[in-house]
Design a binder for this molecule. Structure first.
Ligand code: UD1
Length: 342
């Protein structure tokens, strides 16, 4: 192992997940050495093979729980420069029925992991947060200084609580731990190679995997949740960004932390453009030539009407902007779906 590999080891918890796997690829391409920790409770081992096929080399992987201090010793036996913490549960509906699981897996695990990072002298932490912290936004687009609203679900609360916890950890670390809180809008798509992508286990809760599974015939049709919202076409508006753009934002955040030792900032990560569910369906059809079987149904409880990012802070401080279009994102999501279930 070269000196460079040793100094640039980056712990990636949840690195076999959707965003984590794409970020492991982007990190490697940027000269970092990802150390993937994922106990595979919500992902599959063949994701690792997909990452390695893209990179043409093997990656360090440990199938352990990132909150298990004894098991994590294997990671910290060599220097770790930074950590990107993705490992978490993210199903809004499930969090309503199993709040204890969310408090334990999202807040408890983040607390334990952050303690380990501090004990190991890790200098940089990038945390997976969410635009859900803004709730039903007061004004659009949403900037980072927008008020944090009372959480609409236990899942949303865990993201807020982790951000608060990390604020305290940052203060306690007295400049020894820099933290970037990345508030994602709606990540979609897949790697253009179709080697890795989103692998929802069971019925997908999110729009794009449900849509692609409907087109593939695995589901009878997509139900559009609500067509009577006060938006231009009556359907909800979100800011959908390509997962490869999002992965590159993690690299940019890490580089920013390296240049701003001990800093802490929150960044919105989105395209800056809102798209309605109807627009997503049309963009998919334009990108792939495939009709989307769908019907209009009732609103889904907990959905906000419209939210999209003011991502100018990420542009100004991180030098990051999305590069891929909605059509490209949906085309890549479809190629991945076709590979999964031709
Ligand atoms: C929410 C959170 C996001 C979180 C994500 C995790 C907000 C604003 N966003 O995303 O932070 O990371 O959950 O899962 O709280 N839709 C349909 N039919 C479907 C599925 C979805 O019409 O079968 C619609 C939804 O009503 C929504 C849009 O598609 O308008 C996107 O939904 P989804 O992909 O589930 O993401 P969010 O709920 O926006």
């Amino acid at each position: 192992m070269s000196q460079d590999d040793t100094t640039k080891r980056i712990l990636v918890t949840g690195g076999a997940g959707f965003i984590g796997s794409h970020t492991a690829v982007a990190l490697t391409e940027a000269g970092y050495t990802p150390v993937i920790v994922d106990d595979l409770r919500n992902s599959r081992p063949d994701v690792l093979a997909g990452i390695e096929r893209i990179l043409g080399k093997s990656v360090e992987f440990h199938a352990v729980d990132c909150s298990d201090e004894a098991a994590m010793k294997v990671v910290f036996d060599r220097p770790v420069l930074g950590a990107i913490h993705f490992a978490a549960d993210k199903a809004v509906g499930e969090s309503v029925t199993s709040p204890e699981k969310y408090f334990s897996n999202n807040i408890g695990a983040t607390s334990k992991l952050t303690h380990m990072l501090r004990m190991a002298g890790v200098q940089h932490l990038v945390f997976s947060s969410s635009c859900t912290v803004y709730g039903e936004a007061v004004a659009l687009p949403v900037g980072e200084s927008a008020p944090i609203q009372p959480a609409a679900s236990p899942y949303g609360f865990t993201k807020q609580a982790c951000e608060t916890l990390l604020g305290y950890s940052h203060a306690a670390a007295e400049g020894q731990l820099g933290i970037a809180l990345l508030r994602y809008f709606n990540p979609i798509g897949a790697h253009p190679s179709a080697e890795i992508g989103e692998l929802p286990i069971g019925t997908p809760a999110n729009l794009v995997p449900f849509l692609t599974q409907s087109v593939a015939g695995l589901r009878p049709e997509l139900t559009v949740f609500g067509s009577d919202y006060p938006t231009a076409d009556g359907t909800c508006v979100r800011d959908y960004l390509h997962v490869c753009d999002l992965a590159e934002a993690h690299v940019a955040a890490l580089q920013w932390l390296e240049q701003n030792n001990g800093a802490m900032e929150a960044f919105n990560l989105g395209t800056g453009t809102g798209s309605s569910v109807k627009e997503v369906i049309s963009a998919f059809e334009a990108a792939t030539g495939r009709p989307v079987p769908h019907r209009f149904g009732a609103r889904r409880s907990g959905d906000v009407t419209a939210i999209y990012a003011d991502a100018s802070k990420a542009a100004n401080l991180l030098g990051w902007k999305t590069k891929r279009s909605l059509e490209q994102s949906l085309g890549d999501a479809w190629r991945w779906q076709e590979k999964l279930a031709p």
